[in-house]
Design a protein around this ligand. Structure first.
Ligand code: FES
Length: 132
């Protein structure tokens, strides 16, 4: 099939991950020259960036938009991210507590024009512990 061309970042930017469960904040300086990072999800996606920086976000389906476990809230900078596809919207419908900031981390590709703040919801952690 045809692959939608996402507007990948061409300039350095910053992503701050906030873990709701612990309050931990991790600031990641993203340099597109180092893509792909964690080799997971879309290249340069929030999940890719998190994985490359050692920040854990669930990704049960392996980053191919077939689950909703990588659900995060993009609290700032969402306007600089690739728009959600119908596929992503469908998967997000299955996630708990969806808000206008909700995205699937593996499908959300920032273009680098804004810094991001990404909230990792508490239940993401719970699922890891319970091993679902
Ligand atoms: Fe499954 Fe993102 S990891 S949809």
């Amino acid at each position: 099939g045809s692959r939608r061309c996402s507007a990948k970042a061409t300039q350095p930017f910053k992503v701050t991950f906030v873990e709701e469960a612990t309050g931990n904040r991790t600031e990641v300086a993203v340099d597109p020259a180092t893509f792909p990072l964690g080799h997971i999800g879309l290249e340069g996606s929030v999940l890719d960036i998190a994985d490359g920086a050692g920040v854990e976000i669930n990704h049960t389906c392996g980053g191919v938009c077939a689950c909703s476990t990588c659900h995060v809230y993009v609290q700032q900078g969402g306007g600089s991210c690739s728009r959600a596809t119908d596929n992503e919207e469908d998967e997000l419908d299955k996630a708990p507590a969806v808000s206008p900031d909700s995205r699937l981390a593996c499908q959300c590709v920032p273009n680098g024009t804004q810094d991001l703040i990404v909230l990792i919801p508490r239940w993401n952690r719970n699922e890891v512990k319970e091993g679902h």
